[in-house]
Design a protein around this ligand. Structure first.
Ligand SMILES: Cc1cc2nc3c(=O)[nH]c(=O)nc-3n(C[C@H](O)[C@H](O)[C@H](O)COP(=O)(O)OP(=O)(O)OC[C@H]3O[C@@H](n4cnc5c(N)ncnc54)[C@H](O)[C@@H]3O)c2cc1C
Ligand code: FES
Length: 255
């Protein structure tokens, strides 16, 4: 983990909710899928706290990284105004990412702001020859991201209104292919809590491993404040998402 000043390379709108920002990666530490960085978006005192974002890609040749983010409040609004060449203050890579996988099939499930880390994981599995199915869910086809990084991973699109791809949620799609899953498959997920819980339940039913990346609200982002804890099955009953996570084996967590 290192703190450094980076410059924005590109900051583009990729649908009505998401933007994709590419920026210089000025450290030799290589981020892995599921790890995140924290950004101080302004030199002013507001917003004071750094904000966490998962890596959506890393380009070792160009020494650049990307995030896919949604405008939600002050920090992400300020981030969306950044133009090429502007500075951002970064700490990263932070946390523990997804594990290596050498099984028969990786099933990747992404919803909402969970898209970025799952795209990075899909790219990494594809490059190492792991058979991968990426499932992305959104309400309607106009919420599908329009970006080469998204299209390259050839995702199964699930829409709630049936306007494109599979008509239903990511879980409906998973259930529809459940006969094909079994020993050697594993689930890798990032998205809203109900989706992660449903993935955990699916993995328990089908007896396959499931890894989830949680999106706890964070304050310090470095393991000091205990503001990001998740409940665990084993004592002491909690773990810090920023330090021990954000990726956990789903059976470790209380759902
Ligand atoms: C490990 C990790 C990885 C993340 N990766 C991404 C990413 O790749 N892309 C992305 O868009 N966002 C990501 N987030 C969430 C992101 O950090 C928040 O959206 C951001 O901090 C909001 O800042 P803001 O000032 O714009 O909004 P705020 O004013 O701080 O919040 C606006 C609204 O968003 C909610 N919110 C704030 N933080 C979170 C959070 N962590 N999870 C869920 N809701 C939140 C608040 O409760 C509030 O309702 C990640 C969070 C974590 C912990
Ligand atoms: S955000 Fe402070 S301990 Fe995780």
């Amino acid at each position: 983990m290192k703190q450094f000043v980076s410059r924005v390379i590109k900051n583009s709108v990729i649908n009505e909710h998401f933007l994709e920002m590419e920026f210089e990666w000025n450290t030799t530490q290589v981020p892995s899928p599921g790890q995140f960085l924290t950004i101080r978006v302004s030199e002013k005192t507001v917003p004071l706290l750094r904000r966490p974002f998962a890596f959506s890609s890393f380009d070792s040749q160009n020494k650049s990284c990307s995030i896919i983010y949604q405008k939600r409040g002050e920090a992400t609004e300020a981030l969306s105004q950044k133009r090429a060449g502007e500075k951002i203050d970064i700490i990263g890579p932070v946390g523990n990412g997804f594990p290596r996988f050498e099984g028969k099939e990786a099933l990747l499930v992404a919803g909402g702001i969970g898209l970025g880390p799952i795209l990075f994981l899909s790219d990494s599995f594809r490059k190492s020859g792991v058979p991968t199915t990426l499932i992305f869910g959104c309400r309607s086809k106009n919420l599908k991201p329009v970006s080469p990084s998204f299209e390259r991973e050839n995702p199964v699109i699930c829409t709630d209104d049936g306007s494109e791809g599979f008509h239903g949620t990511t879980m409906d799609y998973l259930n529809s292919i459940s006969q094909k899953t079994g020993p050697g498959s594993a689930l890798f997920c990032c998205g809203p809590h109900p989706m992660l819980r449903a993935c955990h339940n699916f993995s328990t039913k089908h007896q396959i491993p499931c890894y989830v990346s949680v999106e706890q609200v964070m304050a310090c982002g470095v393991g000091a404040c205990m503001g990001c804890v998740v409940k665990t099955v084993d004592p002491p009953g909690f773990k810090r998402a920023c330090k021990e996570g954000p990726v956990f084996r789903s059976f470790e967590l209380e759902w």
